[in-house]
Write a protein that binds this ligand. Sequence first.
Ligand SMILES: Nc1ncnc2c1ncn2[C@@H]1O[C@H](COP(=O)(O)OP(=O)(O)OP(=O)(O)O)[C@@H](O)[C@H]1O
Ligand SMILES: [Mg+2]
Length: 431
Amino acid sequence: MSEVAIRIEGLGKCYRLRHQGAVRYNTLRDDLVNWMKAPFQFLSGREKKGACEQEDFWALRDISCEIKHGEVVGIIGRNGAGKSTLLKILSRLVDPTEGGADLFGRVGALLEVGTGFHPELTGRENIYLSGAILGMTRHEIQRKFDEIVTFAEIEKFLDTPAKYYSSGMYMRLGFAVAAHLEPEILVVDEVLAVGDVQFQKKCLGKMKDVSVSGRTVLFVSHNMSAIRSLCSRAILLKDGRVAADGDVEKVTEAYMALHTDSKAFAGNLAAHPGASGSKKVVFEWARVGHGDGVENGQFCIGDDLHIEFKIKAGAKVVESFLKLGIMMRSQDGIKLCSLVDSDSGFVMDDFCAECELSVKLEDMRLYPGTYYITLWVGDITSINTYHWVEECLSFEVIDGGKLTSRKLSRAGGLLFWTPEWKKNNIKQGHE
Ligand SMILES: Nc1ncnc2c1ncn2[C@@H]1O[C@H](COP(=O)(O)OP(=O)(O)OP(=O)(O)O)[C@@H](O)[C@H]1O
Ligand SMILES: [Mg+2]
């Protein structure tokens, strides 16, 4: 067997978009979100007919790489970066427009919910069908059947057509089939997006087993800690191209840093690519510093952290009561905290048009590493989001400072606490 499991050469996928004016292709998720936001507008938009324009849109371009047998590779990137398109091409569900991919081995794939199973066939029939597609004999599938059903926890619904399955059930069965039918190459898209925490853990455990047994795994996820714990290599896609490929630590850091350029967006947070919300009130700028004008983005344990920002009315009429929130994430994607103004006894009750705010986080105790800040402003009920600017600020915690000179490794944890220690010597009987 050759060393290479997957060889991708000059791969590109172009979609021809037909649209009226500026309407672009939406994913199902976009459609649903739009519908929830404005059900009637969504319907009328769908029905509208008029002059159709065509536009070529490259979802993937110039992708070339080799993945060796036994490599466990994370495919990461922001929404719309091309991850699922790449996996669909590798699973032969979608044809590339240019270039190609060779796969040397039997592929088991769990793609987005809704692909893979035949909706009219029952769970049982789908398991046999998937096995047959993978080139397994009936006997081989039978051997694995019980394991699949137990893993998926769908015993009761085995003889129900898949179209009646909830998305969680669909995903459970999809994953169980893909992982248990002994594929040489396992391709998994966003398995952690659906399903409860327990099942997610089970899936990660199973993927670990598959990878330890020397099989090749390609895993798409937005969960950087899962990617780090499972993969040794990661490929970062940005706008359909490879933006980074290599060591998982470095590439996941590059992913986290993608939209976090506080300097570039300091003057215009409304144009930040991670921004959403109705923009009734917007963050105009934001910065993180030491409160004394020093803003090199570096802190030591024990320093005070000052987050400062300006909010501005984006609409003519705004209510004077607002709610503000600050979220923080570590470089491995772990959510650290959600700071809400009212939790500190602060109430924004007299907003008129513009306001500068500062938030002081005293005696910061985070371990060395990079941290990312998301800002949120909404109405007082927290139901309506006016502006959400994802990971628009970052800061770095470095070694040293007034509290410790010890070199602190990331593996040591996240929090540097200095609790009070007490001792009580017990006298022994040998005086
Ligand atoms: N059938 C299609 N027709 C037109 N455009 C498409 C089609 N499928 C995907 N696209 C577009 O291709 C781009 C890449 O989509 P893809 O689903 O691969 O992204 P992704 O990285 O998996 O994103 P997410 O993290 O949201 O799952 C997107 O801009 C999407 O709108
Ligand atoms: Mg996707």
